[in-house]
Design a protein around this ligand. Sequence first.
Ligand SMILES: Cc1ncc(COP(=O)(O)O)c(C=O)c1O
Length: 382
Amino acid sequence: MPEDSPTPDPLTGPSSEPVPPSPRSSNVLDPTWRPSTVAVAAGRPEHRPDAPLNMPIVMASTYVAGGDLEYGRYGNPTWTAFEDALGALEGGRCLSFASGLAAVATVLDLVGNDALVVAPQHAYNGTVMQLGDLESRGRLRTKLVDVTDTEAVVAACADAALVWLESPTNPALEIADIATIREAAHAAGAYVVVDNTFATPLLQKPLEDDVDLVVHSATKYLSGHSDVLMGAVVTRDEELYAVLKGRRDLLGAVPGTLEAWLALRGLRTLHLRVERSQANARELVRRLSGHAAVGEVRYPGFGGIVSIVLAQGALAADLLTHKTKLWVHATSLGGVESTFERRRRWRTEPVTIPDGLVRLSVGIEDVDDLWADLERALDDLR
Ligand SMILES: Cc1ncc(COP(=O)(O)O)c(C=O)c1O
């Protein structure tokens, strides 16, 4: 579509005609390679003399006419390199977006007017807020469910057009039975989407469970250094890919080129970072469970996010987040540095999340230093 072509009718939506493949970074992956190798090797230029090892930052708003790209909103070789790498890790075809919520919005736009979307009541609050906003404007209907109650979720699938899953949820760390819910949703003709931000493709590959779409806030573990805002969608369904690509072209929620480059650079060490933060998290869970100031420790058994509920409630939680030297009081998660926050400090967080819940994003520092800092602050609360 040329840059100045008339805007398609928003009611009929974008064309779902297959689009030509976006340009691929051209090194060939061996299908036997394991995820750590894929994270390092995917999305690189072809191995030939004097080729750069890394895809350069291609700053271009337009391209010489006649190829696949044509214009900067339709594609960029640096995005493609990131998309090839994440696509290879998730096992599908990837589209990158300006942020995780831009990816969420584009996926939610797949459903028709007045369609029903089923979603976890404790999905990331930005996702729940988007659903609430769309519902309040009459665009779609939503049913929020306890995602751990598989029977209730399966029952809710009956009338759904799209079933949104997030597993583990942010910050309650609840786990969904993805395979069972996917089966019920598909039987009802609904799309199934999994927000895989917390698990990453290293710990969970929902496309292998036959879900239709995987969504990421690439801002978190994929980029991993708290310096990038980016999102992504991955699918094996070429038709869905084409519709989503059409919507991205049209709505323009595209990533910055520098962001895509940084995200790909971050992805190169994803396996090392996830391994270390998970090991640190497991050890901290063990130590936190014995501390008198901690009423409850929530941990799904994998990943680098731990939620604790302070025995003395919200005030103690707020005090804790101001008493540490190494742990940084900050929102967001998935960076190399350990951060934490009391989630209910956000007025948008549901009241079913305990007031004294502190979400810890465990980084890759030395676990004894992390514990010493946290223990000192927790001891001070008593
Ligand atoms: C699970 C989850 N999904 C989506 C998002 C939204 O991503 P972004 O902040 O990149 O828009 C977040 C952000 O915290 C998240 O935690």
